[in-house]
Write a protein that binds this ligand. Structure first.
Ligand code: ADP
Ligand code: MG
Length: 161
């Protein structure tokens, strides 16, 4: 089974839809890394995940609080933004590891900043600006990640996965 997939996501709405596809396939468990520079679309994709799981309010990057929890009917989602994390050890002091111990879906923006202190990813998503849209590369790191990748491939009509 291929463990990577490259998609062209042409606008913000499509990005939100991709989030919905991934949320459904994840069954709201696992770890998703979101890579890409400022303005790439990491939070937009996260919003698609969180809103499709039943949260109808706003979804913003938790830049200062590091993590925003969403307790939803189908499960919990923890949305991290580690951009301002000065030292990965801070994760330990904040008790953030408790969020990462399974039974929830963790979306992690800027996982590089938490290197060594985060669980491995099920799915890594790397986003690059390619106007007018975004180039989105998905890499699976586990069977759960592979099912998310397969769902995305089917949704976008990719022949193989
Ligand atoms: P990040 O969290 O990576 O800093 P955001 O999710 O805040 O980035 O998105 C930055 C901008 O990119 C927003 O204005 C959003 O509308 C736009 N955007 C997101 N996804 C796409 C896309 N697939 N195509 C075009 N614009 C997008
Ligand atoms: Mg963001």
């Amino acid at each position: 089974m291929p463990n990577s997939l490259n998609l062209y996501i042409s606008d913000e709405h499509e990005m939100v839809c991709l989030g919905g596809v991934l949320a459904a396939a994840s069954k709201l468990e696992g770890v998703i890394y979101l890579l890409g520079g400022l303005g790439a679309g990491k939070t937009t994709l996260s919003r698609g995940v969180v809103q499709s799981a039943g949260h109808f309010g706003a979804v913003k990057s938790p830049t200062y609080t590091l993590v925003e929890p969403y307790e939803l009917e189908g499960g919990s989602i923890y949305h991290f933004d580690l951009y301002r994390l000065a030292d990965p050890e801070e994760l330990e002091f904040l008790g953030v590891r408790d969020y990462l111990n399974g039974g929830a879906l963790c979306l992690i923006e800027w996982p590089q900043r938490g290197a060594g202190w985060l669980p491995d990813f099920d799915l890594e998503i790397s986003i690059e600006v390619e106007l007018p849209g975004r180039r989105v590369a998905l890499t699976a790191g586990s069977p759960r990640g592979e099912s998310m990748l397969t769902a995305a491939g089917k949704h976008y009509g990719v022949i193989d996965p």
